[in-house]
Design a protein around this ligand. Structure first.
Ligand SMILES: Nc1ncnc2c1ncn2[C@@H]1O[C@H](COP(=O)(O)OP(=O)(O)O)[C@@H](O)[C@H]1O
Ligand SMILES: [Mg+2]
Length: 265
């Protein structure tokens, strides 16, 4: 195993209370989570709804700051950086979320969505932009003509490909995929999963793949973190099997899940 590209040390997050119950015994959404990620590794994260998976994703990507703990990315402590410096570093850790419909602005052409990311980060010149957008689209299995269309022209699976292309436009080292196929038809789930695995192979990306289906996540990721109530309660090692899981909850997750996602819409 190579030197970890990411080290997460005891990060916690408690959301400010909403409504009447201010200060009333808040439970953290994320409680002292620690793990490492190697270059090119696919790390799985699994847990029931509300277990803190999305909070983990958002904190690791520094879309929000954890209340405590450290995130060290390529040897630099992101959690110690000022907002200004952090803005530049965020490029390296990109996220794809569950709902590709909500993630895309309906009034923005796909080519502009992708081009904007590259321009903002200074990764392409205006002259080269069209070719670079076409190359990105090709990388996710979409035709160059997709650049001129709006999100509504695409199916759920295609929109998720576009969201993946947008993440790749930033040339990240790490891709966090937060339930990327949970809102898709079963028939296209495997294609999107295979795309992510393929990108890992071709680009050497490190991937954090989040889901609620333990069997699926175990199939995708050699090493799997199991979350419950904001805590990582078990790590299934790369050379281990979910059949040997120690935690009762992990075994329950194994049994409770129907064939691929049929629950989340
Ligand atoms: N923005 C927020 N404000 C308040 N509570 C939140 C917010 N986001 C998540 N939570 C709470 O944090 C806990 C973990 O949520 P989340 O990370 O979304 O879990 P998961 O992704 O595993 O379903 C839940 O109890 C949820 O209600
Ligand atoms: Mg979630």
């Amino acid at each position: 195993m190579s030197e970890p590209i990411l080290r997460v040390e005891g990060i916690s997050k408690t959301y400010a209370p909403r409504g009447l119950f201010k200060g009333a015994g808040l439970r953290p959404a994320l409680a002292s989570a620690s793990f490492e990620l190697s270059k090119g590794e696919i790390l799985g994260v699994v847990g029931e709804s509300g277990s803190g998976k999305t909070t983990l994703a958002r904190c690791v990507a520094l879309l929000e700051r954890p209340d405590a703990g450290r995130i060290v990315f390529k040897g630099e402590e992101l959690t110690a950086l000022s907002e200004g410096v952090l803005r530049k570093r965020r490029r390296g850790i990109q996220t794809v979320f569950q709902d590709p419909y909500a993630s895309l602005n309906p009034r923005q052409k796909i080519g502009d969505v992708l081009g904007e990311v590259m321009l903002v980060h200074g990764l392409a010149t205006r002259e080269a932009l069209r070719d670079r957008v076409a190359a990105l689209l090709d990388q996710v299995g979409l035709p160059a003509t997709a650049a001129d269309a709006y999100p509504k022209a695409f199916s759920g699976g295609q929109r998720q490909r576009i969201c993946i292309a947008r993440a790749l436009a930033a040339q990240p080292d790490i891709l966090i995929a937060d339930e990327p196929v949970s809102s898709l038809d079963v028939s296209v789930q495997a294609q999107v999963i295979n795309l992510i695995l393929d990108l890992r192979d071709r680009l050497g990306l490190s991937v954090i793949f989040i889901g609620h289906d333990l069997q699926l996540i175990d199939f995708i990721a050699p090493r799997v973190l199991v979350m419950l109530n904001g805590e990582i309660v078990e790590t299934i090692p790369a050379d281990g099997s979910i059949a040997d899981a120690r935690h009762e909850y992990t075994r329950a997750l194994m049994q409770a899940v129907p064939k691929l996602e049929t629950i989340t819409g």
